[in-house]
Design a protein around this ligand. Structure first.
Ligand code: LLP
Length: 385
């Protein structure tokens, strides 16, 4: 039984719903990432989009990781948490001028760029400041990562990255853009990959590309393989720390890095996913004519993944040991998509029971909204309750 990991007696005074973070697990995960990545001198940039809670960011910063940001707001959040600007990479298909300027003013490590028009704007803004911006080209490697279609990013139809057949055009344009300096290539094939084979394919694709570039006399100092390592949503307590050892081994084995080339990664979900749960209370148990509903005080305003991606989050009743019954677990929002799970078994449930929605540390709190004029959820930490 895993329910023991939640200090329910300490929860009594807290207003639900809220996010609860297990900082011991977060720290153990970070230790493993650092140990495995340092075997190969890999650079890790935590993807802030997964969770930008200030305390989470400051713990991650303690372990010396850099960050991957996709907006000016994320750059600011990372700087506020103490991340050094020289470890910030800035990605995103639509960077606004003020966001680029924020990056330039702070001398961030690299802009991951996605188009000629964007490179032209970065060049112009950098030139105005008398700077040279370091840029990487985000290439769309056209690999199907076999993940949910909303979170697949590396295929041809996708808005992300420079398509392989457009690359020459971009490279032809670069020499005229004298206020940008090409320092790397960037890739990201999708998120929540549990089958690691697509990463091997990525290594092979990037190796081929590197040979093509060498023919053009281009050798970049940095290769960034993005994020995407998945977590086990079905069994969050089985192996709560993803297999970083095997993950990094794939890149070490299958990607022939050039001498002195620096290899970078941008994991998000795999860093924070398992350390967070959304904690909620049961408002009502409603007997419908064909099924029973457990109506929670949390809804898609606090955790939108089930509604948006049909995502599965394990749900546990922390208050009941009674025999299981079948419920639809829903929230209070006035939309029928406000449903966390259909026809699942929970220990017999009553008004006032504590419920944990597991594996919600990534893309949970950060995607919360105030729809229906609801308050954003608070967050609490296992080491500070
Ligand atoms: N790098 C880039 C360029 C990305 O687009 C992403 C995620 C990451 C890194 C981090 O990927 P991760 O290691 O977390 O898989 N909201 C969705 C996930 C969207 C992912 C977007 N990009 C969800 O809740 O599943």
């Amino acid at each position: 039984m895993t329910k023991g990991i939640f200090p329910v007696t300490k929860f009594q005074v807290l207003r639900t719903p809220f996010y609860y973070y297990n900082t011991t697990l977060l720290r153990e995960t970070l230790q493993i990432i650092v140990a495995e990545a340092s075997k190969y001198h890999y650079h890790i940039h935590y993807a802030v989009k997964a969770n930008a809670n200030p305390r989470i960011l400051s713990i991650i910063n303690e372990y010396g990781l850099g960050v991957d940001c996709v907006s000016g707001g994320e750059i600011q959040a990372a700087l506020n948490a103490g991340f050094p600007a020289e470890k910030i990479v800035f990605a995103g298909v639509g960077k606004a001028d003020w966001e680029i300027e924020l990056g330039l003013d702070n001398r961030i490590f690299c802009f991951n760029t996605e188009s000629i028009p964007e490179l032209e704007v970065i060049h112009a803004l950098a030139a105005k400041k008398g700077q040279t911006a370091q840029v990487a080209l985000r290439i769309n490697p056209e690999i199907d990562a076999h993940t949910h279609h909303h979170i697949t990013t590396g295929t041809k139809e996708n808005k992300f990255g420079i398509n392989l057949d457009q690359l020459d055009k971009v490279l032809d344009r670069l020499p005229a853009l004298t206020s940008v300096r090409l320092i790397g290539l960037h890739f990201h094939i999708g998120s929540q990959l549990t089958d690691l084979k697509p990463f091997k394919v990525l290594c092979e694709r990037v190796a081929e590309l590197q040979q093509q570039l060498t023919k053009r006399n281009i050798q970049v100092e940095n290769i960034n393989f993005g994020g995407g390592l998945g977590i086990d949503y079905e069994n969050p307590d089985g192996k709560p720390i993803p297999d970083f050892k095997h993950y990094f081994e794939i890149f070490h084995t299958h990607f022939p890095a050039l001498p002195h080339q620096q290899i970078h990664f941008e994991p998000g979900r795999s860093v924070v996913g398992q350390c967070g749960s959304l904690i909620s209370k049961v408002l009502y148990v409603k007997e419908g004519s064909v099924k029973k509903f457990a109506i929670l005080d949390a809804g898609f305003t606090e955790l939108i993944r089930p509604a948006l991606y049909d995502a599965y989050h394990k749900i546990e009743n922390l208050s009941s040991d009674e025999a299981g019954e079948t419920y639809d677990v829903v929230g209070p929002i006035c939309e029928s998509s406000d449903c966390f799970a259909k026809q699942i078994e929970l220990n017999k449930t009553h008004r006032g029971d504590w419920i944990a929605l597991r594996s919600a540390g990534a893309y949970g709190e950060i995607m919360a909204s105030q729809y229906n004029c609801r308050q954003l959820p608070e967050s609490y930490f296992s080491d500070k309750l």
